[in-house]
Design a binder for this molecule. Structure first.
Ligand code: ATP
Ligand code: MG
Ligand code: FE
Length: 354
């Protein structure tokens, strides 16, 4: 079975074709075309919704054509078309959702509206055929949450951020130090040569019950340290700030994952794995810390390749494929959902009321 997937909820335009593996778990990515708009937004320090929507329109048809040709198939050979319907920026969602519906209609194929977070959460099944239940850590520029993934459509949000997303905190700290958007990769590079012990930064929520995150206090503490350093922090100062900040994030992430596992244990739920998704999942320090933590906890840790952690079409196609296999298709009247929480109200049978 093959599904074409389209992603346009933020600043990546993406189209991909995936296929399920016969007789085994996991899937095969036949094509995965991604075009990042980062260059267009970099000067503004973040994603500009209007620019994003226009940029999706400009490139989406070409990306879909390339995704099909890379997969060596034509539209008639896909079994269904899936598009991300939210959460995200309304202008972008409209572009991808409308394109997906039009392609499905033209080809006479079923259409599947996919929740972008669900797609991040299910990616570990595409890459590793992971069995339910498992714990998913979704960390990106717009999202920070821990989700118990019990089945397709059966998600329980254990915790999320009460203020900034982790990627957002990386981006803001990057901006404070003069780095272009997105700040994450830049901070990671600086941190690699910095002294993580030099600045004693707060680790909000550490040790608290539950699995919520809070990042704004850490971000503010970084701003204060920078103010204290004066007009022009040296390169060493910047490296040490980056390293101290990243070390705080790592501690927070590990602590929140540990606390989420405790919540699951109280419900007698034994997850098969810890999986990471979202653009921050590319961060090597976080990946290494979670690898170590999981080994100690006797838990399998699944970290998809960075290009499958950040926004992509393959994850949308795969989530569409998983839903389609369960007979879950949507009608062409499916409306965009800029806000679409992934929680208990999200049932497998119904996409729930917006
Ligand atoms: P959404 O939240 O809707 O998924 P997004 O565009 O913010 O949208 P992604 O493209 O998945 O999500 O992730 C981008 C985020 O990941 C940015 O905030 C970026 O700074 C962060 N990021 C990317 N690479 C790294 C890294 N190596 N370390 C830390 N953060 C990173
Ligand atoms: Mg992005
Ligand atoms: Fe995302």
């Amino acid at each position: 079975m093959r599904v074409l997937g389209i992603e346009t909820t933020c600043d990546e335009t993406a189209a991909a074709v995936v296929e399920d593996k016969l007789g085994g778990g996991g899937g095969e990515i036949l094509s995965n075309e991604v075009m990042s708009q980062i260059a267009r937004h970099a000067a503004y320090g973040g994603v500009v919704p209007e620019i994003a929507a226009r940029a999706h329109i400009e490139v989406l048809d070409r990306l879909v054509a390339r995704a099909l040709s890379d997969a060596r198939i034509d539209l008639g050979a896909v079994d269904a078309v899936a598009a991300a319907a939210g959460p995200g920026l309304i202008g972008g969602i409209l572009v991808g959702l409308t394109a997906g519906k039009a392609l499905a209609l033209a080809a006479g194929k079923p259409f599947i509206a996919v929740n972008h977070l669900e797609a991040h959460a299910l990616t570990a099944r595409l890459t590793d055929g992971t069995d339910f239940p498992y714990l998913a850590l979704i960390v990106s520029g717009g999202h920070t949450q821990l989700v118990a993934v019990r089945g397709v459509g059966d998600y329980q949000r254990l915790g999320s951020t009460i203020d900034d997303a982790i990627g957002e905190a990386f981006d803001k700290v990057g901006k404070m130090m003069g780095a272009p958007y997105p700040g994450g990769p830049h901070i990671e590079r600086l941190a690699a040569e910095g002294d993580a012990q030099r600045f004693n930064l707060p680790r909000p929520m550490l040790g608290r019950p539950g699995a919520d995150f809070s990042l704004s206090g850490l971000k503010t503490a970084v701003r204060q340290e920078l103010l204290r350093l004066g007009e022009e922090p040296s390169d060493t100062d910047k490296r040490d700030i980056a390293a101290s900040f990243q070390a705080a994030i790592v501690d927070i992430v590990v602590d929140r994952v540990r606390s989420a596992l405790r919540l699951l244990a109280e419900e007698d739920c034994r997850p098969n794995a810890l999986v990471i998704g979202g653009g921050v999942g590319a961060n090597g320090a976080i990946r290494r810390a979670l690898t170590r933590f999981s080994a100690e906890a006797g838990l399998r840790f699944i970290s998809p390749a960075p290009e499958l952690c950040s926004d992509n079409g393959a994850m949308i196609a795969w989530a569409g494929l998983e839903r389609f296999k369960l007979g879950l298709v949507d009608d062409l009247g499916f409306a965009p959902r800029p806000r679409w929480p992934l929680d208990a109200s999200f049932s497998a049978a119904h996409h729930g009321k917006a």
